[in-house]
Structure formats: structure tokens, C-alpha cells
Design a protein around this ligand. Sequence first.
Ligand SMILES: CC(C)(CO)[C@@H](O)C(=O)NCCC(=O)O
Ligand code: NA
Length: 614
Amino acid sequence: MDPAGHKYFTVIDYVIFALLLVASMAIGLYYAFTGGRQSTTREFLFADRSMKCLPLSLSLMATFQSAVAIIGTPAEVYANGTQYWFIGCSYILGLLIPAHIFIPLFYRLHLTSVYQYLELRFCKAVRICGTVTFIFQMVIYMGVGIYTPALALNAVTGFHLWGAVLATGLVCTLYTALGGLKAVVWTDVFQTVVMFTGQLAVIIVGVHQAGGLSDAWAKVRDGGHISGIDLNPDPTVRHTFWTLGVGGVFLMLSLYGVNQAQVQRYLSSRTEKEAVMSCYMVFPCLQVALMLSCLMGLVMYACYGNNSPLKQQYITSKDQMVLYFVMDMLQNFPGLPGLFVACLFSASLSTISSAFNSLATVTMVDLIKPHFSMTEARATLLSKLLALAYGIICLAMAYVVHLMNSSVLQAALSIFGMVGGPLLGLFCLGIFFPCANSIGAVTGLAAGLIMAFWVGIGGFLSRMPSSVQVLALNSTNTIPGAPENITVTAVPAVIDPARPVGLNGLYSLSYMWYSALNSSTVVLIGLIISFMTGPTKGDDVASGTVYPVMQRARSLLHKLVKPSTCCTAPPAHTEMDGHKEMNGNVKEDAGTEEETDTFLPSDPVSPLEQETSV
Ligand SMILES: CC(C)(CO)[C@@H](O)C(=O)NCCC(=O)O
Ligand code: NA
């Protein structure tokens, strides 16, 4: 330790960290020089559509599991107990719905970008709005993802902040740009193993330091850190079963149902069944990831109790807790700090690489190809350059995040809810409501985004314990009975934080509801505007682009009501078959549909589709 309180890495720690980067790079190079040598966009962006479900499921999990989750979740559990663990309940519906509604629909449409769906269902403008929103979401998220581990490492070990950002950014950009989706998926697999190993090692050593399993358990139990289920229906309470278990479903749907990074993985699997299976297998992977990071928080509590290093001012923010704990407890285990740092950066590398690859895909498929015709070789080169360009944008975003400052876990999940939520709403509007039209879709998306930023930024400002709060309160609400020149310290006493009223009620909505609120706003406004401007008629909707909710429900009901006579109940069967046929014949039908007339001539991905459609 030096006077600044830094704890230093040993040589062996540096070696382990370097090995992570070298191994990731090697995987990238391997896929750059084997197989089709990344010479087609089909290989570069879709791994030849030949992926199996095990690597895919690990990769699906790794995409949205970054250093943010590795250090944010334990910090949350350390501070507030295990309530956050109930987010695990949302994984059930949050993965079942994508597996049975979104994946079959997208897979049968032979999409390359999920935003292509928006053009099939609505029109080109909606597609571009969706693409731009996605790019916006992923670019901010990438910044958070790359900056978080570097900042924590810098604060605790004095490791050069921008050195870490540049090293990881460069390595990641290179292996993504050279090895394509195959490299991204297989580095994800390797990095997930490193991630789990690092967490497990720290938990085991931590339990040992806390005096063994039973002592550690007694400490967290007596400290009140094992939370029972909180069924408080108040939507402003940050974490309850409802905000996490129900609000979390919408968050999961926006990530695992309609996010290009994930849909691209589903689409790159060999068969539809394998895509569905990989989605199923994300469930145990996510539960393991959640369990490990919650356990880490509990182990930290067992070691420090309420006497946190934050309170003792060894560190300056909650997000430095985990790394401080690792350096503090593991300093006598050479190599383990390095392994944990490798774990942290593995988590982030696997996130950023997915972001680069998916961003390169949508930029290519949705924004460039429809407007410029080019050879396959050109298109592949351009895709690689795009992956490179997004690497540089990512570094720039790290600097922007550097200028902001908030709890990383909540920040990341808020971005998912604020930008991913409206996108989820847009897809739901198209998939579940055949009457929705393009004007409704665009207006709905805009309304959802406005709602998101209004509530999100309002909430952010009203939670800030500074003069900004006074300004925010005074500009939106008059405080009854408050003196004219109200002081900063008087504010909490005047506004009872337990009973927010008016706009403050909206601003204090739990961030876990953002995705639900914003996606519902899109659907609601989208439907209202659609009805005002003339709803789409059933026959005008391109086939295979809507999910037949009523038919499915009726056929399910038939099965339930007449289980013994199911063989002689033709209605259920004909409807099921009808649906299958509809999806199967998408390509043939598409030309006859009015909605898709505008789509076909400028079909941007036809070369890709020809390769992939049987
Ligand atoms: C997104 C969930 C809830 C789903 O797995 C989880 O992985 C998580 O908390 N992620 C935080 C964001 C991040 O790790 O970048
Ligand atoms: Na990750």
C-alpha cells in the first residue's frame, strides 16, 4: 500500500491480465484465418448461420453481463441485502416469451437485422427510427461497459485509467473486426469461463477469511442481509418483488426479445429449434451469474459487517467496493487479484464485442446497403471497418461516461429501460396489434422516448441531494407552507420522501419499471394514433409479421377444455396448421402484400437472404 491507499498488483497479476487479452486476441486471429476467412458478410455477421446452442447460450448471457453486473450487484447486495436476487424470477417469463413468440417469428422471416422486421410490418421510416434508437442505446451502454472496470481498477490499484480503457478497447476492436461473429461468440465462451472462475475463487477465499461457511452465514443473517420477499405494491420502492419480478420481465424482453445483439445470435443458429434451445439454456446460465454476484455481496458483508471501507473512507464510491475487497482479502494469494481483474475485464470484453458486431450489422444492413449497391467483398470490408469505427466511438463514449457519475448498475439498467423499453414497445405494437399503422408506430416510439427521458431525467435530478434538487422542485412544484428562501437542508424535511405527490410521484418511480412504462406508452399512443389515422386492415398486414394471439389462445383453450376429445377437435388443429403455413410461406406471400410492395424493390439484404433461405 502507498500513502494514497492503493494496493498494488504483483507481476503474476499483470501476467494473468495480459494472458486474457492475448488469448482473446488469439481466438480472433484463429477465426480470421480459418473457415471462410471472414470473406462474406454471412460469415462475418452471422457465423455462417451454423452455431450450436451451447456456445450461443453462453454468449447470449455474456452480452448483457458486463463488469457493471460483476461489481454493481455485490455492491447492491452489500448495501441493501438480497432483495435484488428476486430479479431472477423475471428470467422465467423474460426468456419464455422470447423463446416462443419472438424467436419463431423473427427466424421464419429470415431476417438479418431485427429492424428489417419493422419495414416488413410498417415501412422504411419506422425501420430507420428503430435502428437509430438501437445505435443510440448500444453506444451509451458500450461507454459504461468499457469505462466501469477501468475506473474501479484505477481507483483501487492506481492502474492507469486510460491505459486500461485503451488496451481493452483496442484488443476488443481488433478481434471483433478480424474474427467476426464466430470470434465474438467463442471469446464470449472463454470469457464466461474466466468470469465464473474469478468470481468463484473470490467467494471461496472470502468465506474462508470470514471464518468459514457457518460463521459467514451467521454474520449475514444477524446483520439482516437475507431479505424476505417484499410484496409492497408501491411502484416507487426501488426493489420489491413487483418491481424486480414483474418490471424485470419487460427489461428482459427488451434485452432478450428484440435487441439486435441477441436476435443476431438466435438467427445465426443452425435451426430454429436450436435457437429456441439456446434461449432456454440462458436461464440456468443467468441464474448462476446472478447467484455468484449476490453471494459475493454477502461474503463482503460477512467480512466487513457494517464497517464498510466506504464508511472508513478507503474508497470514494460504492462501485469500488468489490475490487477493494478483492485487493484487501486476496493480497496474500498471488495471482488471485489478477484472476479477478481478468474476470472483470472478461465480462466487459464480451459485452463490448457483441455491441461492436451488432452495431456493425445494423449500420451495414439497415443504413448502408439499402442505399448503395456493392460487391460482397466490399460489403465485408466495410463491415470490418464499421466494427473498427464503433471501437473508436466506444473509446469516445468512455470519456463521456467519465464526465457523468452515478451508480453503474442502476445507470446501465436505466439505459436499458429508457431506450430499450420504447423499442420493445415498438415491436410489441407490430407483433400483437395488426391494426397498428406506420404513423402510429413512429408517433408511439417518439412518445415513448419522450416519456422515458422525462421520467428518467426528472427522477435523476429529483434524487440528487444538491442544489439541483431545489431548482428542480421549485420549478415543477410549489411547496405548501415552505418559506420563500428555502435552504438546501430544509428540503428533505418539507417533502416527505415516503409520499411523493404529483410529478414527484412520477419521478420517484422505481427505475425497474422504466421498461414497462415506456413500452406501454409506445403501444398505447401507437394504438390511439393508428385509430385516429385509419388502422391497418387485417389483410394489409404482411403475413408472418403478427403473432395470432387470439388464435393461439383459442386453440390452447380447446386443448384444455376438451383434453379427451382433442383428436376429434378439428378447429384447434386447423388453426395451428394455418399459422404454421403462414409462417412457412412468408417469402412467397410477401410479394402479394400491399404493405411489402415498398419493401421488395429496395430489399437491402436480398443477397444474404438468397444465401440463407432454403
Ligand atoms: C441485464 C441483467 C439483469 C440480465 O441478465 C443482468 O445481467 C444485469 O444486471 N446486467 C447489468 C448490466 C451489465 O452488466 O452491463
Ligand atoms: Na459481458
